[in-house]
Design a protein. Structure first.
Length: 309
């Protein structure tokens, strides 16, 4: 199977895992403070990432990798989880998740700026059209106005897109699970003490859905999803595979309806079909423009490193 097609398969698995992140966060903030939730999920995933790095005896990143790892940590370890947690205290998962449709465009832009990718011009047409469909749907659902919580979601998308592109660039050399693990480990010295400081006095009032939500975002959203997602971006191209995120809002909406009882309407289904067509177009015209692959030896090394992920 071609690396590009494998990249789309890995990317689809990662996107599917991430689709449950906002519903899970919505359930968790029903009992946990957003700051504690963000730090707790990062600390749990960071300790697991540290264990993986020690078990497999991974080499430490080079000094020049630290800036990229800090960008990844800022975007997906702290920024996106914290901003979305605050937003989800005030809006439904169904409302906030449509903003995820803007993430592919953000990822593609940073893929060009940070990953040196050059998709064809028509790729941008499909990307912009798909993003416009999702943004338009969000605007209609919010009665034509944006709230502070919508702006928090938008800021979260920008930070996440940057972290996705930066992490994917670094994953070409270090490997996908290694990048997210090192980013989490670098955050541990700050996260663990503040986690204990912000910990609730009692957990007696914490609901079962909140515990499940915390477990999901700690294990899957913060670590396991990235194993597949970063590998997909590496093998299929950041800008191209990133377009799969146009589907993520609709997967999330279905989960929000099934798990949280939130409403899914016909307009969503119509937009979903249109977005699927945009994703197909983006795949067709973006796949030939992934960045130049590493040398055959480097690529073989990356694949061997990731074989266990």
């Amino acid at each position: 199977m071609k690396n590009i097609n494998k990249g789309w398969i890995y990317g689809f698995i990662g996107m599917t895992i991430f689709s449950a992140s906002l519903p899970a966060t919505r359930a968790a903030v029903g009992s946990f403070d957003p700051i504690f939730l963000t730090l707790a999920r990062g600390s749990i995933a960071g300790l697991l990432g540290l264990a993986l790095l020690l078990v497999f005896r991974e080499k430490r990143p080079r000094a020049k990798d630290l800036l990229s790892l800090l960008i990844v940590a800022l975007g997906v370890v702290v920024g996106f989880p914290l901003l979305t947690a605050y937003a989800l205290e005030h809006v439904t998962a169904a409302h906030s998740t449509v903003f995820i449709g803007l993430l592919p465009l953000a990822t593609a832009i940073f893929g060009v700026l940070r990953g040196n990718e050059k998709p064809q011009a028509i790729f941008w047409l499909f990307s912009l059209l798909g993003s416009a469909l999702v943004a338009g749907y969000a605007l209609i659902e919010s009665a034509g106005s944006f709230s502070l919580w919508d702006f928090l979601m938008f800021a979260a998308i920008v930070l996440c897109g940057l972290a996705y592109a930066e992490g994917a660039k670094l994953s070409r050399r270090l490997g996908g699970w290694q990048v997210i693990s090192w980013a989490l480990v670098l955050s541990l010295p700050l996260m663990i003490p503040i986690t204990f400081y912000t910990m609730p006095d009692s957990f007696s009032d914490v609901t079962t859905p909140a515990w499940v939500g915390l477990a999901y975002v700690s294990l899957f959203s913060m670590l396991i999803g990235f194993i597949f997602w970063y590998r997909g971006l590496v093998e299929g191209g950041i800008a191209s595979v990133g377009q799969l995120q146009l589907l993520q809002p609709f997967f999330s909406l279905i989960l929000a309806a099934l798990l949280l009882g939130e409403t899914v309407n016909m307009a969503m289904m119509i937009v979903t079909l249109a977005v699927v067509l945009c994703v197909a177009g983006a795949k067709r015209f973006g796949q030939n423009n992934a960045p130049a692959s590493p040398s055959a030896n480097n690529l073989a090394s990356i694949n061997a490193t990731n074989a266990g992920s």
